[in-house]
Design a protein around this ligand. Structure first.
Ligand code: HEC
Length: 240
């Protein structure tokens, strides 16, 4: 292998890049120390490694000039760019899933599947321990009548389940232990219990809740208010 002219291009290239000694010439570069039989060859640093080393030095100089002197691009820019991109992503996600960020946007489920899930959760999440299986009430109030301590209607019921009742009454906030969708299913199920007849209904507590669902309630309110306005106006006209 010592005759360069007989070597192919690839072999020549490898030779130039590694400057490896031919095996038969190892004696010439063998150092004279010997550690328990382990000997060392005084090989030259392989040129490919040195090239890499020079390239990193060149890149570091270029990097220093472009980034630190000319402020061409930096971690701060990178951070800001990512921040903008992610803020946009979050905004888009929020716009697409308003119900996850604003519970005011939630409405009661009315489909059988979600109501069945609500019923199941009412038993498995220990609600029955205080409200009884037929929701007639024991430690907790009756959930089947029209009287509500903390307000009836989907939004109020959902809110009570989420945030709990008045301090010290025993109704804890379930938001950390029951998922939002499940709280929604529970509240929807509770709504369906209205007017059912529990075995031993607890006496009514709280105020008579006349609204039914928030949407309907709003409609009734405006209608009633509209009617009142008209009556008021008619009376004024008569009195004049
Ligand atoms: C440790 C007993 C206890 C458990 C368990 C419990 N509750 Fe209650 N719950 C109460 C009490 C007590 C109140 C009344 C709170 C108040 O007076 O502020 C209440 C109130 C409520 C109300 C509002 C009633 C009203 O009149 O405004 C709803 C709705 C309700 N609970 C649903 C649930 C659901 C759903 C679960 C299961 C996830 C549950 N509760 C588990 C004790 C309990």
């Amino acid at each position: 292998m010592s005759n360069n002219e007989n070597m192919g291009f690839w072999a020549k290239f490898i030779k130039a890049a590694t400057k490896a000694n031919d095996l038969e010439r190892e004696d010439e570069v063998m150092l004279d120390h010997n550690y328990d039989g382990i000997q060392e060859l005084d090989n030259e640093l392989p040129p490919w490694w040195i090239w890499g080393f020079y390239i990193t030095i060149a890149i570091s100089i270029l990097y220093y000039i472009l980034i630190h002197i000319f402020g061409w691009y930096g971690q701060e820019d990178e951070y800001q760019a990512e921040l903008v991109a992610h803020t946009e992503k979050v905004a888009k996600y929020k716009a697409e899933h308003p119900e996850l960020f604003k519970t005011e946007n939630l409405v009661a489920f009315t489909d059988a599947e979600n109501l069945a899930k609500g019923k199941e959760l009412f038993a498995t999440k220990t609600c029955t321990a205080c409200h009884l299986a037929d929701a007639g009430g024991s430690i907790g109030p009756n959930l089947t009548d029209d009287y509500w301590i903390l307000g009836g209607g989907f939004q109020n019921i959902f809110n009570t389940i989420t945030k709990g009742g008045r301090p010290g009454k025993g109704m804890v906030a379930w938001e950390s232990t029951i998922k939002q969708e499940e709280r929604q299913q529970l509240a929807s199920y509770i709504l369906t219990l209205r007017g059912t007849t529990p075995a031993t209904p607890k006496a009514a507590e709280g105020d008579l809740w006349e609204g039914t669902d928030k949407k309907v309630e709003e409609g009734v309110d405006t209608l009633e208010e509209g009617a009142k306005e008209i009556i008021k106006e008619v009376k004024e006209v008569i009195n004049e």
